[in-house]
Design a protein around this ligand. Sequence first.
Ligand SMILES: Cc1cc2nc3c(=O)[nH]c(=O)nc-3n(C[C@H](O)[C@H](O)[C@H](O)COP(=O)(O)OP(=O)(O)OC[C@H]3O[C@@H](n4cnc5c(N)ncnc54)[C@H](O)[C@@H]3O)c2cc1C
Length: 471
Amino acid sequence: MGIMGALRATVDQAAFEAFRRSFRGEILRPGDAGYDEARRIWNGGIDRRPALIARCAGTADVLTAVRFARERDLPASVRGGGHAVAGHAVVDGGLLIDLSAMAGVRVDPETRTARAQGGCLQHQLDRETQVFGLAVTGGIVSHTGIGGLTLGGGIGWLMRQLGLTVDNLRSCDVVTADGEFLVASEHENPDLFWGLRGGGGNFGIVTSFEYTLQPVGPIVLAGLILYAIDDAPGVMRFFRDFVGEAPDEVGVIATLRLAPALPVIPEHMHGMPIVGLVVCYAGPVKEGERLLRPLRALGKPVLDAITPKPYLEHQQMLDPAFPHGRHYYWKSRQLPPLTDEAIEVIVEHGLRITSGFSSARIFTLGGAVARVDQDETAYPNRAALHDINIVGAWPSNDPDPARHVEWVRGFWSALAPYAGGVYVNFMSDEPQAAVQAAYGTHTYARLVALKKKYDPTNFFRFNQNISPVGP
Ligand SMILES: Cc1cc2nc3c(=O)[nH]c(=O)nc-3n(C[C@H](O)[C@H](O)[C@H](O)COP(=O)(O)OP(=O)(O)OC[C@H]3O[C@@H](n4cnc5c(N)ncnc54)[C@H](O)[C@@H]3O)c2cc1C
């Protein structure tokens, strides 16, 4: 029997027909038109073949799919936006519960709330909220799924002002591991609501998220300022001092990469290492111009593209740098305020970058993120000031991918002496001990107790997994 025959045999025909009849969305098997497209995710290096792909049209389909998998002990993965770098969204030989057709958003501008379905992407949520001049903290690449992003915490341009995405979560509709439906909020199942705010996809499938919105933009002062790598130590020290003083309305990310061959960058710099600061000031533009003046007066930038622009546009600015289908490998760390030594390490490894598609990004947290009590949500390490994500990326035909992986690992290892924890959404496929370490003993113990209560058989295990049997 070929691989397709074997996969088809996992679920017998009669059971499959019954499943299909009870399902409103589409169900795909190997060999069906659209199957290969539906199993593809953001990381082109992930090539897995589910026995079935259930493209859910609504909550009823999610309930049906969970019950179907449970009854047959089929491994089941859940796909939101498909951005988890380790490919948690797709399982070989099992059932892929695909939420991508569940992308509806409803905004109530009066109460400043939004309800978004679990498979919604960042740009879909942004578009619906920004039409009313509202927003919730979201990721910086707009094709990311709000599902995985929210459940892991949610960091982005607005977090210093508005808090993490989870700090703006009001309630979730949840399909549990035993195929039941629950609402989780401060008032209903508050223990589950705590775990959903940082504990990832461990406790159920969120079919819709309800968020509190805040006025943002629609015009913000934002963009990129770029420098030659020789200026990197000075730029990074400036970054360190600037974020120490900057008001909450300033979102700022430092970035190291090779200069792309764009007309706005002098030709002699194409392919050379560069350092940049990307900012988003979400208050009044005039005030932003005053606040960002020191940054714009720093040294001799190769490019200053900071300008008033729609928040929506800024949210999509980095999309072309992270296209679907390339091969990706990343590692991440949380960092305290940068010391001179940490800066030296960052610049040294930035210089050694091996691919024009790779990059390192240093997010700045603090502000509203750090003001929420640590025990209020399952998101750990609120005191961390930075998150560095070291992203290796290469085309599928690269003859020597190992060198990009080595660059990521070498950079990551060199930062160990300066680092604190790690943001679970920026982890790769790492052992359970690493997940436990990411949460810390106290939060992990609470998460394990919650997992025991809501998913004792570890049905939801294709994620940054919290084991119901504990460490
Ligand atoms: C290019 C890029 C940029 C990023 N930028 C940011 C950023 O700015 N800020 C940030 O915080 N993170 C960022 N991330 C990380 C991102 O938050 C994680 O990759 C996250 O897992 C993406 O969620 P997803 O739904 O797209 O992924 P998926 O791979 O579909 O899902 C990730 C995990 O969440 C589970 N899951 C997804 N949706 C649901 C749901 N509705 N209910 C239950 N479980 C679900 C899945 O089973 C899986 O275990 C970025 C990722 C990429 C690839």
